[in-house]
Structure formats: structure tokens, C-alpha cells
Design a protein around this ligand. Sequence first.
Ligand code: ZN
Ligand code: ZN
Length: 362
Amino acid sequence: MLLESNLNEAKEGKRISAKGYAVNHKNDTFKPFTFSRHSLGDNDILIEILYAGICHSDLHSARSEWHEGIYPMVPGHEIAGRVVAIGKNVDKFKVGDFAGVGCMVNSCGECDACKKSQEQFCQNGKVVFTYDCKDCFHDNEPTYGGYSNNIVVSQNFAIKVPNDAPLDKVAPLLCAGITTYSPLKFSGVKKGSKVAVAGFGGLGMMALKYALQMGAEVSVFARNKNKEKEALDLGAKALYDNTNNVSERFDLIISTIPTKYDPIEYVKLLSFDGELAIVGLPPTDDNVNISLNNLIFNANKKVYGSLIGGIKETQEMLDFSLQHKIYPEVEIISINQIDEAYEKLTNGSAKFRYVIDMKTLS
Ligand SMILES: [Zn+2]
Ligand SMILES: [Zn+2]
């Protein structure tokens, strides 16, 4: 049994053997891959991964669309599972607890950003992303993500998940949830706020649900009208398939669009002191830019970028989601269907968030 040998490795302070699915270059398909993770440190927990969500970022990373990837690459930063071993100083988890891991696994812990639990912006450049990153706390070895059977992570970067939570739906919250929850909080969305969500995939859907729960009136921009009924059924006020002839004005627009577009189109739809939050990250080749000439003529509006969210806020998001039963729509797939899922994400036909059931990894 693999789990049994992992437990022995953890106990003996050895590296933890792992298996998952990886790509070996940017045009590759996913194949089984065996590797090892760093040993269980005093503050670390070993998680047996039960579910891993597939995020659009995984696809961008696997295909080196943002920067040259580190291969072999095991993507996955929407991880939910069970704690199976703990280091001797761990007090946040005990064996048997459920835990989640999102986009980060470590940071310096000392800079202003880290002290404010905005670890993703670590000012010492020591944020360690869950995969496709060099782990400066472990001899710069590459990190491997959640399309695998286990992960070793500092307890400070693991999120507590109650044992009755639906783990398959919790997994995608660790990225899609926090990425949309964070800007809604940052922009102070409250009852009566007028919000629009641009891009209606996995992220857009979560933004809609959270904003509605916070009491906002929410409209949606999507590339076509296919999802109109779905949006309206969830409580959206309207779904627009383009930005022309829209008379509404919004206090906040969250753009989750992962492809080329003109952000100024959305700036124009903001109320007098409205805010445009950018969370979707198009490929660098798409050269999405904001025209300063147009921006200054649309003054008194704020445009800001938002990157996931800190660990403290991720815990807050998860508690909020569980309390209000706000979950993504998920489709469970087996681990040999990753390529198929990527294909559907690319051509826009993915209807739900794909989540890998790790029992299918044998
Ligand atoms: Zn993600
Ligand atoms: Zn830091």
C-alpha cells in the first residue's frame, strides 16, 4: 500500500514518494509520473489528496503561456484531502482532519505582506507556488501540484476543512473561490452594491454567487447567450453578450476574462467612482493593454489587479462558502481525462469545474 509506505517515510524523516500525472513539455499530453516530495518537517502536514480541481491557470502553465514552465509539471492548486501525518510542532491539524491547499505552499512570513497575511505578494519574493515553482525553502527543488496522490505542506498554508464538508466541491474554492471573494471584499461590496461579472466560466460563476450573497445586484457579461438561463436562474439581473448599448452602470466590475479584450470597454461602464478588478490573466502573447489615453478620459475610476487572496482570507472564504452553501458546479472526472478536460476548457465548451477524483489514480 502506497499510503502505508508514505506513513513510514514520514515517520522516518525520509522523502515522501508520490505519484501523479505530468506533462513533459508544453505540447505534451498527461502521463503517469512518479516523484518524491520533501520530508515531513516539524511544522508540516502530509495530506492524502482526495480531490483536485482543474483551473484554467493549470492549462496556461502546462502550455507555458505565461512563462516557460518547469517540466515535468504536475499542475493542480485546488487540493482537498485528508491529513495522514503531522510534524511534531503541528497544532492546527490532527491526523484524520480534512485540509485544503490552494495556490501557495510557503512564503517568508516576515515581510509586511506576509505579516498581513497577503502572502501571495511576499515582498521578499519568497512566495512558493504550489506547482511550477522553485521551492526556496527546500533547495530550490521544483514544486508539484495536486494532480497526485499526496502533498506535504506547512500547516500555515493549509486550510481547515470541516469533516462533513463536500470535499469535491471544496477543492475548487481554494482558487476559484478565493480569487473572486477577495476583490469583492477589497471593494467593499455590500447590500445594494451594483456589481457586474465579466466572463462567466468557473471564476465568473463564483463571483456571481458571492456577490449575490453579499446583497449586491449582479449582472453578467459572457461571450454568448448560451449561459443566460443559468445566470438568471442563479439570480443575475441580466446577461449581456457585449458591452455596447448597456445603460447600467456598476460600482464594481470583476473581469475574469482569460483571453484578449479591451478593459476600457468595462471602465466605461463603471459608475462615477467605480472600480474594475482584474482577476483573469490572459496569455502574455495576447498583449492585453490598457490605453492610457482612453483611461484618463474615464477618470475617477479605479482599475486594480487581484491575485488569489491571502491564507487568512482563504480560510474566511471557505467558512463563508460552507455557511451559505456556495459551491461551484463540479463535474467529477478520472485522472486519465485531464487532456479531454483541457480541450473543453480551451474551446469554451466546459460547462462545470472539472474535479479529479484521486481514487482513479492507481
Ligand atoms: Zn487557479
Ligand atoms: Zn514575505
